[in-house]
Design a protein around this ligand. Sequence first.
Ligand code: NAP
Length: 489
Amino acid sequence: MTRICVSVCEKTIDALESAAIRASESADIVELRIDCLTRLEDLKPVLNRISCPVILTFRPDEQGGHRVLDHQARKLFWNSAPQTEWWDVESDLALETDWSRIIISHHHFSRVPEDITQIYEQLAATPAHVLKIAVQANDVVDCIPVFQLLDRARSEGRDMIAIAMGNAGLATRILGPSRGAFLTYAALEEENATAPGQITAQKLRSVYNVEQIDRETMICGLAGQPVMHSVSPHMHNAAFRTAGINGVYLPLEVHDVKTFVERMVHPRTREFDWNLRGLSVTAPHKSSVMEFLDWIDPTAQEIGAVNTIVVDDDKLLGFNTDAAGFIEPLLKVIDSLSGLRVAVIGAGGAARAAVWALLRQQATVTLFARDVAKARSLKQVFDVSYEPLSSASFADYDLVINATPLGSGELIEQVPVTAEQLHGASVAYDLVYNPIETRFLQEASKAGCRPVHGLEMLIAQAKNQFELWTGQTPSMNVMSDAAVAALDH
Ligand code: NAP
């Protein structure tokens, strides 16, 4: 059974009441963080307005709370606290109370402590109804001990909440209930999260279908760093839902790809059992992951990058769907690329896939890179010409492609080239997809070029990944609508 607990933390009793009422509309349980109130007041009027079970929490600052509280103050609070369904009480506080309502908790806000097993055993030695351990994840592998705790609690018949906090721990919030977690916490609004890595109840349901996830659910994910900005979870989860596939796609924040593959991914070495079917791989791991795979598709081998992994029995297979995803949108606006003069700006991973695909279509490719040494090394692999980016003019090119990150994120206001430089080119293709309308495409439109949007490539490569994992073709419209909605948001 999946329970979503929305946690609310407000400074005044009126704000707490209002937040709690809103929370109870989307929550199975509401947590009231009383330590956030600047002044303690009678809670009964608030409790009378909440229509679902309540957890009362009065957290001291050393456990992540908002108040400096000594033992005495905490005991005093609990001795006169109202009778709610649950009380979340830290493990250092010995209360003489009805243990059937107690969630006994331990928090660690910097990492996973080495003695996490002993902490579990100390909590389990109490008669508390629910055991709770929340630790900070600094890499996705920090989710492993948390999942192992849930497995152990299940086998010992104990109710448990185990969470890896932070972006790297998101998998525990999404998969926890399917692995027996008593509940998963959510924020009322993203900006009001009460713990690192908490997402909204609305997102848990509408993006991750958390209530439908069970032990049989096929798991896919995006491995990279950073991954939280990605719209891929929106696209793949929407496509799973529409196709009626019991699957979920998660962002997995991976810093050390070798450790990740060994401990979480490879069926022969991984340290816990999950129904992992495949991964998208993004920067910075597309090349470095290759040495840990059992087989690599010749296309990915030639490009020198894997962006898709399929878990096939006890083997890991590597593919590259970027190259085909890159070409698909182009072939909608240009009948044939054969003999076309194409300028590719940038010499990174996306440029490699683009150049490989363009050469397969018999285009004539010139690379434009700020780092001539990088361009030279790509020339050695693909035998294309290169020129420095500064002062380039594209009048002689049919197609100009931006394969740099300029125009997105912190570089949103930047363009690799101006309208003046683009003048004379026919088509301009920006691989950047966030925002959908980039500065580069605005310059291209001023120069009279036909635009091709990076979002189309994103959807096309995602479609190919979906097919590799499921054997089914997803609805492109569903993927596109989900991506556009996420980008708009
Ligand atoms: P990458 O491997 O980091 O390569 C980026 C390239 O851009 C490098 O050659 C880099 O040059 C160059 N660059 C960075 N800043 C620059 C600047 N200020 N001026 C000139 N060149 C600059 O990244 P990537 O994986 O190739 O991705 C590139 C872009 O394509 C990203 O925005 C990514 O989101 C997008 N992309 C989109 C899709 C899609 O499906 N639409 C797929 C893949 C990638 P240095 O080496 O000198 O730093």
